[in-house]
Design a protein around this ligand. Structure first.
Ligand code: ADP
Ligand code: MG
Length: 620
């Protein structure tokens, strides 16, 4: 008999299962049933699409056998089964990079953590919360030899050939001494109903019960074998909406989410007409752990006429909706649809289009706390959507939320419009790295004093790329305040006047700063600050941030313009200053402090501190 070592990561995982995640042990039942159901799905599919596997009287099903005398529980399915290599690959190693991130995501809260098990594709190992030993006896459909995989979960496993009549898998679990609760019929039945009621195959419980016959001295109690189907075994989405209550939907959600939570929202639609299909989608309350991983597990399963086709097709919904869980069941697609066909299939494209519209409508309808939860979890992927989904851009723009200079919390673009200047139709925004810096930016001063609202966009990885793509929303143009003139009451003539008045000063500052700065101008956007810097919007690179980001390149540096506040005391005094050295120091300080206010890096920090220290010394 061949002994094998578990992959190191599995060893770690097993330790976790046995020592940390034991507060919610019952979920091992959900995970094993889910695996059996998947295996039956797979066999059902090849039976219908491949002559070789045609079996006329086959009906998928799962039995759970409780054996009190043996202290064991066993799960038996007639699914696709595993051969020797499958057993070693699927149970002895973890193909997905999932385990590592699973271990990293653990919060220490055992209940929450055990809900992560299913999400990370490590469900099988949950048996070690209750098992002293596990035997997996399996025969793969179409093959002659069956194999048994045995382990006590401490780091090694064995695989050997055994005899088994039909294809499918038996997971035999020798329970630990203190896990007798999993021998109780009512207990196990309750768990199956809780998590697996709508698994579309019958789950039959085999158990023994005491039965007493006779009276008085003739009274005898014997163990009697009983057998009972404990789940409804209907694919929930095939039922009519009117038959279903929200509890039914929530219960089904537990089956497909491998969790205990209720969803934030669900939507169930049967569509008839040119294409006939049913969709049932859920929006989880908490974003999937792998939402920002390239190898995320898609949440939507594809069925054709109730036959499971795939749960690994990322194209079923656009990528920005990858947090949605659920099913699509089509009446029109062929059963043997391949991945290539799927990706350019008209039927599926239609389904997808309708599904996106319905999901977005459901999101729009979220109110109050639910809407806030949605924003907290998914605002960022909605921005992704704005960037790529031009068809639904307007709807996504209704959903997205932003911070604002006018209030704490998040607002919608409609909120902005409702209180903005409806003649001008402009939505002002500023993007950057840090909320605090943005809120205190000198560039905002003029907007604040004119009571004009500005959106504060501090998601530095997303906003600077997505926002310039928006263009307009309901005919309101989005304007980056670092590239436009500030709102003020001065006429062009007045501005010209001021600029002339200070021309010798601005020229002199430019002379000091040289190539550090493209231009020095008098400003009308400042009230309290002495100076500010802005990017030169006439520079051809200025509008191309999005393009550079898309190509994965860093944005080339855009020249800066320094603006000085002609009403500021410091500027007024600087105008007549004869001390050349002091003039130079102050010019540099005007530039560097303006840069700091925008959160920009200084090229020479030491020079800046030296100048400030010099100045302070003089002042004293
Ligand atoms: P996941 O189900 O997310 O893939 P699991 O740890 O639950 O992760 O199962 C690992 C793999 O073992 C499955 O993907 C499947 O290939 C295989 N497997 C587990 N149980 C069965 C079963 N009853 N029949 C066939 N294959 C199974
Ligand atoms: Mg599983």
């Amino acid at each position: 008999m061949a002994k094998h070592q578990f992959q190191t990561e599995i060893g770690q995982l097993l330790k976790l299962m046995t020592h940390s995640l034991y507060s919610n042990k019952e979920i091992f039942i959900r995970e094993l049933i889910s695996n059996s159901s998947d295996a039956i799905d797979k066999f059902n599919y090849i039976r219908l699409t491949d002559e070789k596997f045609k079996e006329n009287d086959w009906k998928g099903g799962i039995t759970i056998k409780l054996d009190a005398a043996d202290n064991s529980i066993a799960f038996n399915d007639n699914g696709i089964g595993m051969n020797e290599a499958d057993l070693m690959d699927n149970l002895g190693t973890i193909a997905k990079s999932g385990t590592k991130s699973f271990v990293e995501s653990l919060t220490g809260d055992a209940k929450k953590d055990s809900n992560l098990i299913g999400q990370f594709g490590v469900g099988f190992y949950s048996v070690f919360m209750v098992a002293e030993r596990v035997d997996v006896i399996s025969k793969k459909a179409g093959e002659d030899q069956a194999y048994m995989f045995t382990t006590d979960g401490t780091g090694e496993y064995e695989v050997k050939p055994v005899v088994k009549d039909s294809h499918g898998t038996v997971i035999y679990i020798k329970l630990k001494d203190d896990e007798k609760e999993f021998l109780g019929k009512w207990h196990v039945e309750g768990i199956v109903k809780k998590y697996s009621n709508h698994i579309p195959y019958p789950i039959v419980l085999n158990y023994e019960e005491d039965e007493t016959t006779g009276e008085g001295d003739d009274k005898v109690t014997k163990k009697v074998k009983k057998s009972e189907q404990v789940n409804e075994a209907t694919a929930l989405w095939t039922l009519s909406k009117t038959e279903l209550k929200s509890e039914d939907y929530n219960e089904f959600y537990k089956t497909i989410s491998h969790g205990d939570d209720e969803p934030l929202a669900y939507l169930h639609n049967k569509v008839e007409g040119a294409n006939e299909y049913t969709t049932l989608f859920y929006i989880p309350k908490v974003a999937p752990m792998d939402m920002y991983r390239a190898d995320y597990q898609p949440g939507v399963k594809l069925y054709v006429k109730r036959v499971f086709i795939t749960d690994d097709e990322k194209e079923l919904l656009p990528p920005y909706l990858r947090f949605v869980k659920g099913i699509i069941d089509s009446e029109d697609l062929p059963l043997n649809v391949s991945r290539e066909i799927l990706q350019e299939n008209r039927v599926l494209a239609n389904i997808k289009q309708g599904a996106v519209k319905r999901i977005l409508t459901a999101i729009k309808k979220l109110k109050g706390e639910d809407a806030e939860t949605f924003t907290a979890q998914y605002n960022r992927v909605i921005k992704e959507g704005i960037y790529i989904d031009h068809t639904n851009k307007d709807t996504l723009l209704e959903i997205v939320r932003y911070k604002s200079s006018s209030e704490d919390g998040l607002i919608s673009l409609d909120d902005y419009i409702s209180r903005g200047d409806s003649e001008k139709k402009e939505i002002y925004f500023i993007t950057g790295e840090e909320e605090r810096v943005l809120r205190n930016s000198p560039l905002l001063e003029a907007y604040k004093s004119a009571s004009v609202e500005v959106l504060i966009m501090d998601d530095k990885e997303v906003d600077p790329i997505v926002t310039p793509m928006i263009g307009a929303y309901k005919e309101w143009t989005l304007k980056d305040i670092t590239t436009i003139d500030a709102p003020d009451s001065k006429t062009a003539e007045e501005k010209e006047e001021i600029s002339k008045e200070f021309k010798s000063l601005t020229d002199k500052i430019k002379e000091v700063l040289g190539d550090e700065i493209k231009e020095v101008k008098t400003s009308t956007r400042l009230t309290t600050s002495a100076s500010c810097v802005l990017k030169d919007s006439s520079d051809p690179m200025a509008g191309m941030a999005a393009m550079f980001a898309q190509m994965g390149q860093e944005m080339p540096e855009i020249p800066l313009i320094l603006e000085i506040n002609p009403d500021h005391d410091m500027i007024k005094k600087l105008d007549g200053l004869s001390d050349e050295g002091l003039f130079a120091d102050i010019s540099w300080i005007l530039l560097d402090s303006a840069k700091l206010s925008e959160g920009l890096e200084l090229k020479d920090k030491t020079a800046f501190t030296t100048r400030v220290t010099n100045l302070a010394t003089k002042a004293l």
